[in-house]
Design a binder for this molecule. Structure first.
Ligand code: ADP
Ligand code: MG
Length: 367
């Protein structure tokens, strides 16, 4: 089922009653989510992710705009009539019910031709439980399950009515690191197996990048960029998106374009075409540095951290904005740990320049 958002907008009255101005939680969000895809809705806390999801599932009414499932306008439908499955961060299971009863719960109220017998409900619940691999625990209560198992029950409950759209709001946030990793792979598998159009909300860029077919990056209610994870990472439209994606994060320098050269402080590191002379922000991905004795960028060496897989060099430079530059180089590169300085060249396709005024990316040819 494709999901179409058309100028979706939500404004709330200000919580501080003395301020008349409304809070725009979501600002004319338009997007056509293709059928059967997993979309990651990504952004810092308070950027409007939950509000967007709640409008799609019907818990919140949009102030403006429309929502379509396929060709159906569902904007004004109540949640029960939309055919959505919803999973929240805190599982929201009924503590006094068994796993089986929790999963069959959404089926109890089906009426008319959709009404199921007790036996049919059990069969459907077992099917959903198998999909998330908790069928051994059907008689337990939520308190007798681990966090990861509880979240699987919540997912089974969301799937039991074979929803047209599956909505997950930070479903992994309450799990420890290892379970988070495992459960996110499970969610991807379940999504593939069921083919249900899924929207997955998270503030964790790595989580969104790893499982999404497409990501939507939001900031203060406004969509910044939509695309395949790798495309957004490789081609951020502005400084915010560049900084939000990637660990370690992109390194940002005060720079300038002067007569066809890109400078970081006083060091000319690349040639640049198609940009007028101006001061700019320069973002360089950690993997965009090449260790080179005759490199054009000389930095003060602070630390060398070995991970086994690769090596992280921590250094500083007067034009760097923030504390330290983090560059990642192949493990086989030789670094003199006792040296005072380290020299780099930078990869043009890992370097981005941004307007100081608007923080938008400046498109140009770097070499
Ligand atoms: P996220 O899920 O990305 O953390 P939310 O969608 O929960 O963000 O919130 C977006 C913005 O809307 C925030 O500034 C939040 O304070 C505000 N907001 C959310 N719900 C309400 C509400 N019921 N009344 C007033 N403001 C709200
Ligand atoms: Mg939220």
């Amino acid at each position: 089922m494709k999901v179409v958002l058309e100028n979706l907008t939500k404004r709330y009255p200000n919580r501080n009653r003395k301020i008349k101005e409304e809070v725009t939680a979501v600002d004319s969000f338009s997007f056509e989510i293709p059928d059967g895809k997993l979309i990651g809705l990504l952004g810092p806390s308070g950027c409007g992710k939950s509000t967007t999801l709640n409008m799609i599932c019907g818990l919140e009414r949009p102030t403006e705009g429309k929502i379509y499932f396929g060709d159906d306008d569902v904007t004004m439908l109540s949640p029960e009539h939309r055919g959505v499955g919803m999973v929240f961060q805190n599982y929201a299971l009924y503590p006094h019910l068994t796993v089986m009863q929790n999963i069959t719960f959404p089926l109890e109220n089906l009426k008319g031709k959709d009404k199921l017998t007790k036996q049919q409900m059990k069969e459907r619940a077992l099917e959903a439980a198998k999909l998330v691999q908790i069928e051994e625990y059907m008689e337990r209560r939520p308190s007798e399950l681990s966090g990861g198992q509880q979240q699987r029950v919540a997912i089974a409950r969301a799937l039991v009515k074979t929803p047209r759209v599956l909505l997950l709001d930070e479903p992994l946030s309450n799990l420890d690191a290892r379970l988070r990793l495992q459960t996110r792979e499970e969610i991807k598998r379940i999504q593939r197996e069921t083919g249900v159009t899924t929207i997955f909300v998270t503030h964790d860029q790595e989580e969104a990048m790893s499982i999404s077919d497409m990501i939507v990056v939001m900031k203060k209610g406004a969509v910044q960029q939509i695309g395949k994870p790798q495309d957004v990472y490789d081609n951020p439209v502005n400084l915010f998106v560049a900084k939000f994606l990637g660990t370690p994060p992109i390194n940002v320098f005060d720079g300038k374009v002067k007569d066809g050269k890109l400078y970081l402080g006083d060091s000319a590191v690349l040639s640049v075409e198609g940009v007028e002379n101006q001061e700019v922000y320069v973002g360089i991905r950690p993997e965009g540095f090449i260790l080179d004795d005759s490199g054009l960028l000389e930095c003060k060496l602070i630390n060398v951290e070995v991970s086994g897989r690769d090596t992280s060099i921590v250094s500083s430079h007067s034009a760097f904005i923030g504390t330290n530059i983090r560059s990642i180089i192949p493990a086989e590169s030789k670094v003199d740990r006792d040296a005072d300085s380290v020299k780099f060249n930078v990869k043009p396709f890992k370097t981005y320049i941004f307007s100081k005024e608007t923080e938008e990316r400046i498109n140009c040819v770097l070499s």
